[in-house]
Structures are given as C-alpha cells and as structure tokens.
Design a protein around this ligand. Sequence first.
Ligand code: HMG
Length: 304
Amino acid sequence: MSPDAVRLVEVGPRDGLQNEAGVVPLAAKVALIDALSAAGLPVIEAGAFVAPGRVPQMADSAAVLAAIHRRAGVRYPVLVPNLKGLKAATEAVGVDDIAVFAAASETFSKKNINCSIAESLERLAEVAARAKDRGIAVRGYVSCVLGCPYEGAVAIDRVVEVAAALAAMGCHEISLGDTIGVGTPRRAREMVQAVAGAVPVQRLAAHFHDTYGQALANILAVLEIGVTTFDCSVAGLGGCPYAPGASGNVATEDVVYMLDGMGIASGVDLEKLRLAGLALCQTLGRPPASRAARALAARKGRGG
Ligand SMILES: CC(C)(COP(=O)([O-])OP(=O)([O-])OC[C@H]1O[C@@H](n2cnc3c(N)ncnc32)[C@H](O)[C@@H]1OP(=O)([O-])[O-])[C@@H](O)C(=O)NCCC(=O)NCCSC(=O)C[C@@](C)(O)CC(=O)[O-]
C-alpha cells in the first residue's frame, strides 16, 4: 500500500555537483539551493567537509553555507567523513545536521575513504557521538547496497550489519545507497526488507542512482513496503567520483512527477523545481537528465 505523503531529500548540490569536472561557480550553487528551497524541498544536502584534494568541487562548502538564504523549516545537512570534517562543519554557518557515510563493500570503502569498513565505523562512531553532544543530528549512508563497482555483488547481510552499526551509533536515519544504480525492484525490496529487520523501516531512506534506468521502479518497490524518505537529485545530476561509470541519482523532477500522478504529497512544486534544475544546467552547459523536465520543457515549447 502506498502512503499519502513522502519526504524527499534533495542531494543535487552535494551528490550531484561533487562529480562535475569543471568549476561550478559559488553563486550558481547558492542560487540552486535557494531555488530548491523555494520549490518546497524540505531537506537539501548543501555540501561536504571532505578532503578538498579528493573532491575539489566541495571545497567551498563553508562559503556556500554562509551565502544561502535559509528558509524556515528547511534542513541543510552536510557530509562529514571524520573529526576534521566535523570541526570544519561546526565552524561553518548554521550546521545542525550532518551525514556520515560508510559502505557495504570493502574495496569501495578503501577507494572512497581510504579505510576498511570496520575502521570507518569506529571513526564515524566518534564523529556521531561528538556531533550529538553538540546537538547536531546525524544521518548515516550505506553505499553499494545493491552492488559495488569493484567487487560486483554485495551480500545483503553486509548491508544489514553496516546499517545496524550506523543506527546503533545514533544515526536518526539510514540512507541505503545503490551507488552505481545496478539494483532492480525485487532485489531492492529484498534488501530493504532485510535491513528493516534490524532498523525500523520508518528510519530508512532509499538512495537510488539511475544508471540502468531502474531508479523509479526501485522507489515504487520500496515505497510499497513502507519506505517514505527518498533521496533524489535535481536534473538527475551527479555520480560518485569513486564509482566510475555511475550516473546521477534519480532526478527529483521524475520522482515528483510520479508522486503527483499517484496523489502522494511531497510538498514540492514541480514547475519551480524544473526551473531550478534548468538554471543550473544552463550554467553547466547541458540539458537536464530528467525525463520529466525535458518533457515538460517540450510541452511548454509547444505552448502546452
Ligand atoms: C575520508 C578522507 C578524508 C580520508 O582521508 P585520507 O585519504 O585517509 O587521508 P588523510 O586522513 O591522511 O588526509 C589527507 C589530507 O586530507 C586532509 N583531510 C582529511 N580529512 C579532511 C576533511 N574532512 N576536510 C578537509 N581536509 C581533510 C588531511 O588534513 C590531509 O591534508 P594534507 O596533510 O595532505 O594537506 C578522504 O579519503 C576523503 O575526503 N574522501 C572523499 C570521500 C568523498 O567525499 N566521497 C564522495 C562522497 S560519498 C558518496 O558519494 C556516496 C553517497 C553518500 O552519495 C551514497 C551513495 O550513493 O552510495
């Protein structure tokens, strides 16, 4: 059964832009975030306090946070990999939400954050404890929940273990990331059902990349078993620098179009969202990857 309402977590300004080869001007990032909040997104991941040598595109995250217009009720989490990142985040303007990230694949963990899964969980537990002491909410990500770019298949038991460890260290929500978008609906559902045996489904979020065009189908599959929080990226921006070949997250416009059609409330204005994505894509010099955004633009072009 489908819910009446869902919560969308917009990850475009972080997951979307982290993989861009060229420099995205600070003003364009700020304008994007402000346009997304004006479109009704309740959570907008605004940046990452990671090593700038590894992900140069996120190096200006503190400046982004200082420049955005904060809308009442909107949350602006940032990614934090370690205590150094937590320190930088707490020194930035207005950070009261962070997200820590681990993986269900050893090789991905090593490539992405240069340590084993066990080491990362130890490190993140300290980050989470200190963040909580300061009243900062902590979200947890698990990458490679349906496959790894280096190891291939990933055991569901491993996903359950990592998700449970993040929940045990106090993450209020666990986002399950199909980093390379290889998942299909039945497997996505099996994975979520298994994780829900360890972490209540109300605390789970689904984070599907759309590499194989399966993201919307996967969302629907897990929506029907109780997941009500979905990560998405405006204009389908993105990919992970440590997941070669992976495309962006499911496009927020495509998700909102589907939800609107199903009568499921997200609080997001599709037209304002489309224009937010379009403005950023004009800066990037390419069309939005969102099918819904393209179709809506074509309809407008025909006077529809
Ligand atoms: C995790 C680390 C930091 C480990 O870092 P390390 O590679 O082990 O190296 P280190 O700890 O020895 O540090 C190397 C240099 O970085 C600095 N440093 C160290 N930490 C920080 C920090 N926080 N902020 C700023 N600088 C930092 C540190 O001070 C040092 O500077 P140097 O002495 O060379 O001048 C590094 O490997 C890293 O930043 N990796 C990038 C991870 C990343 O951002 N990946 C993409 C996001 S995850 C993702 O996209 C998946 C997700 C979440 O979307 C879900 C999904 O789809 O699966």
